[in-house]
Design a protein around this ligand. Structure first.
Ligand code: BEZ
Ligand code: FE
Length: 294
């Protein structure tokens, strides 16, 4: 392995993986090397540009901690997260589509009774959400476990505010008829964290950091594929320019606005409020997949 030049370097690196025992790892490293080299050749990457890339990744590492994941933001804004989500979660016709997970899910959020208020003081207009979880034959999925999370009207998730308090986030179990209901706050569009290298990249290429208003759901039930998705708010101005490419038209729904009066749970609401009704259809579990985290 001497006198390697720009024409022989790719095959030399690929050959260096020959003794890798893990076949999948060898496949991934070989393809990654070929594509990286092809990219550098195609754009005739300069030394300055190569170093700018190294600096960018270094900054992404420095800003990343257990609350801020700049590499996921990079993957999201380059469409890699949505590509992996889409190719890993093909859904049979009629089943609810999946979309990106995002960085703001929290394991072990508080469990609420069906019908409860999950907002816990998060700022925002009141909103009542209800729906039904069904299987692909139209049968209710009794006891499905729903994780719900969303940002508040200032565009922040509870985890971005520091502290351990859960707000506008919770877990609920659908009833025997697959029905669920909860009170929360109105979903509003927000900007993904853009005060770091990913934000600077978006600005440099003339893109914005906005995501259209949405509610996150993860729905789990034995015998069914875990569904990770959002419901997007119809009419949002960013539906066609989501910073992370996550919008599917089947996931867009109407939030109805109501004047002050009786809310769906029978209480009186003294301010205008919204309601959302959205039903989910779970795909049957594919063999070989890991068991749901119920
Ligand atoms: C989110 O929807 O929570 C999200 C997704 C990707 C990047 C940032 C936030
Ligand atoms: Fe979100």
């Amino acid at each position: 392995m001497r006198n390697i030049d720009e024409n022989t370097i790719t095959e030399a690196v690929v050959a260096s993986f020959a003794d890798c025992k893990d076949e999948r790892l060898r496949t991934v490293m070989t393809s990654l090397t070929r594509h990286l080299h092809a990219f550098a050749r195609e754009v005739r990457l300069t030394e300055e540009e190569w170093f700018a890339g190294i600096r960018f990744l270094t900054e992404a590492g420095h800003i990343t901690d257990d609350k801020r994941q700049e590499f996921i933001l990079l993957s999201d804004t380059l469409g890699l997260s949505m590509l992996v989500t889409a190719q890993s979660n093909p859904k049979p016709a009629g089943c609810t589509e999946a979309t990106v997970f995002g960085p703001f899910f929290v394991e072990g959020a508080p469990v609420f009774p069906n019908g409860a208020d999950i907002s816990n003081g998060a700022p925002g207009q009141p909103c009542w959400v209800s729906g039904q979880v069904r299987d692909s034959s139209g049968r209710p999925v009794a006891g499905a476990l729903l994780d719900v999370w969303q940002s508040d009207e200032e565009g922040l998730y509870d985890v971005q505010r520091g502290g351990d308090e859960h707000r506008a986030r919770g877990r609920l179990r659908a009833d025997d008829d697959g029905r669920f209901a909860f009170r929360t706050i109105l979903a509003e569009s927000y900007q993904i964290p853009h005060d770091g290298p990913v934000g600077r990249m978006l600005e440099a290429v003339g893109r914005h950091a906005w995501r259209p208003a949405h509610l996150h759901f993860m729905i789990q039930a034995p015998g069914h594929e875990t569904l990770i998705t959002h419901v997007f708010r119809n009419g949002d101005q960013h539906l066609d320019s989501d910073a992370v490419f996550g919008v599917r038209s089947t996931l867009i729904a109407d939030w109805a606005r109501h004047e002050p009066g009786q809310a769906p749970d029978g209480t009186r609401c003294d301010t205008p409020f919204h309601t959302l009704r959205y039903d989910f259809v779970l795909a049957p579990e594919r063999s070989g997949l890991t068991a749901p985290r119920t």
